[in-house]
Design a protein around this ligand. Sequence first.
Ligand code: FMN
Length: 381
Amino acid sequence: MAKLDRCLNIDELRHAAKRRAHRMVFDYIDGGADDEVTLARNSDAFNDYDLLFKVLSGADDVDMSTTLLGAKIHVPFFASPAAGHRLFHTDGERGVARAAHKVGTIFSLSTLSSVSMEDISALTTGPKWFQLYVWKDRGLVKEMLDRAKEAGYRALILTVDFPVAGNRERDPRNGFSIPPRVGLKQAWHAMMAPAWMLDYLIRPAVRYANLSEDTAAVSLQEFVNEQFDAGFNWKDAEWLLGEWGGPAVIKGVVRPDDARHAVDLGFKAVMVSNHGGRQLDRSPAPVHVLEPIVEAIGSDAEVILDGGVRRGTDILIALALGAKAVGFARPFLYGLAAGGEAGACRALEILRDELRRNMALLGTKNIAEINRALVQRRPSS
Ligand SMILES: Cc1cc2nc3c(=O)[nH]c(=O)nc-3n(C[C@H](O)[C@H](O)[C@H](O)COP(=O)(O)O)c2cc1C
């Protein structure tokens, strides 16, 4: 724990994760598609904005709370969905769900989670969303929707930037698969990650916990391309909204016309996201396309920015440009890989504390006061 306390920011948690985790696991979290141009751009793009702070506005008692699809949350951010948390640390999704509950925000569970949706649902009373990838097997899709409803998930996130798996070259280079396959190379790397290896060996095997049958150890790319429906289209999305019957979020949109189409179809929130630079490389940074999407949607739905957030100031920029909240994954995944639930908690607390301090420095007492007049795009960018 003492080591986690010494991590002052998300980048230091990233380094701590790199030291503890097996290389294939760290690279799975950290990596992106192709040349990782979009991956880097997602965070770099926040540097194109300046925050125009107000003075003498009496920001002594900062209130960070807001709502997202009707859920009251203590901070304007939440945990975006990510696959297989137990690969990173045995605390897995349980650790992150508890950490999200502790800071008072939403936890979203991936279709490809390593703890089942029922187990996570029973863990905390906090709001939870379920993320869906669309299986070729529509029976399985319906079954998952029914289970998520039954387990009390309040919203559905439909991820649409994943018709096929992106080309993440670090994974085949490391021989990464789910569940992990340990050959010579992996065993060699494991010697440099003894804490991770011990944890991995003495705990129950990592598997896709929402599926009833165990899957063979294959690359994520093979698994996705075999199981997911790349032909899924707008008409199918309409069908899905009908099957779900509750609030739904579309995740992975970078174009105003797609965002408008989704809202017209009935989605209640749009996540402006490129999957953290893991899918189409050279797609734009979410923060660069946020404003036109906010304009296209107006007050018809909520807009969430997801991707590249590493500082409280990044959250402020996104909110000032019109996002209702932000999502992120790597910050708490680095924390989880570095130190389990305590590490995930540390990540969320770092961002919460940075946001509180920066809201005061910006001269804003609450989320409603964060507006377009407080941010400007740098003239040179
Ligand atoms: C290791 C990892 C696994 C992910 N798995 C999923 C997933 O199962 N479903 C999904 O919709 N997005 C998934 N994502 C994407 C995240 O939800 C999110 O869009 C992205 O990570 C945001 O970028 P950030 O990590 O810079 O915050 C994953 C991201 C990472 C890093």
